[in-house]
Design a protein around this ligand. Structure first.
Ligand code: FE2
Length: 235
């Protein structure tokens, strides 16, 4: 494996963004079929909206605290731009919640609830469009970093990102990411975890993979991890 290929192993964004896109697209589909005159369906949308908010804002916070100071040293304009986007994303989310609050805060008749629901649906699509652009911008930045950083620098940021997460945040992130990744990306992720977290966290991550993946997918992850460890145990 040459050094460019090794550098690509240290990717700050792709796996977590794939998980987020999958979760958000699922939510877009859910909201599209919700009858906003049905309080139980509205409650379910409200719960997933809170989950998505936690996912998006926690992720942005880790990026702001760990990645952006590093980016500031390499590409200061890009760091400032992404900092600004994270602030804008918070504002966008508050606006999105206001559309949802219209449905729940005032007693509304059936038709009114459905009209508010349609406006919430449209606001959600606008938020998603902005968020997709934001993630694409970050992934473009990663391509510049691969060209301009040493493997040790990239490795250190990935390790710092892992260390900045609580065990619970890590479990939640894995729950979102694992179903969204290719078999190859899952192996890459578990290699990073194996080298970067303590034994207990790694055991929990492994158990989570076993419970979330189809048996054939888990068997593939297990055998590919075993074969890598047999050939390059310390890499
Ligand atoms: Fe971000």
């Amino acid at each position: 494996m040459n050094s460019a290929q090794i550098a690509h192993r240290f990717d700050f964004y792709t796996a977590t963004h794939k998980g987020q896109r999958r979760r958000i697209f699922g939510f877009a589909g859910m909201v599209g079929t919700t009858d906003f005159a049905d309080p139980d369906q509205v409650d379910a949308v409200g719960e997933e909206l809170r989950n998505i908010k936690r996912m998006v804002l926690t992720h942005a916070q880790h990026e702001t605290e760990i990645i952006h100071p590093f980016l500031q040293k390499k590409f200061p304009k890009e760091a400032e731009f992404l900092d600004g986007e994270h602030i804008d994303l918070q504002t966008s989310f508050i606006e999105l919640e206001a559309y949802f609050d219209d449905i729940t805060s005032d007693p509304c008749d059936l038709m009114q609830c459905r009209l508010f629901g349609r406006e919430f649906y449209r606001a959600l699509q606008r938020f998603i469009a902005r968020y997709l652009d934001h993630m694409d911008e970050e992934e473009r930045t990663m391509m510049h970093l691969w060209q301009s950083c040493s493997i040790d620098e990239l490795k250190e940021v990935v390790a710092d990102l892992r260390a900045s997460m609580s065990a619970e945040e890590e479990q939640e992130e894995l729950r979102i990411m694992l179903p969204a990744l290719t078999p190859f990306e899952r192996v890459k992720l578990y290699r990073v975890l194996k080298l970067g977290v303590d034994d207990d966290r790694y055991r929990r991550a492994w158990e989570l993979a076993e419970s979330l993946l189809e048996p054939a997918e888990f068997a593939r992850l297990k055998s590919e991890m075993a074969s890598i460890e047999a050939t390059a145990p310390a890499e």
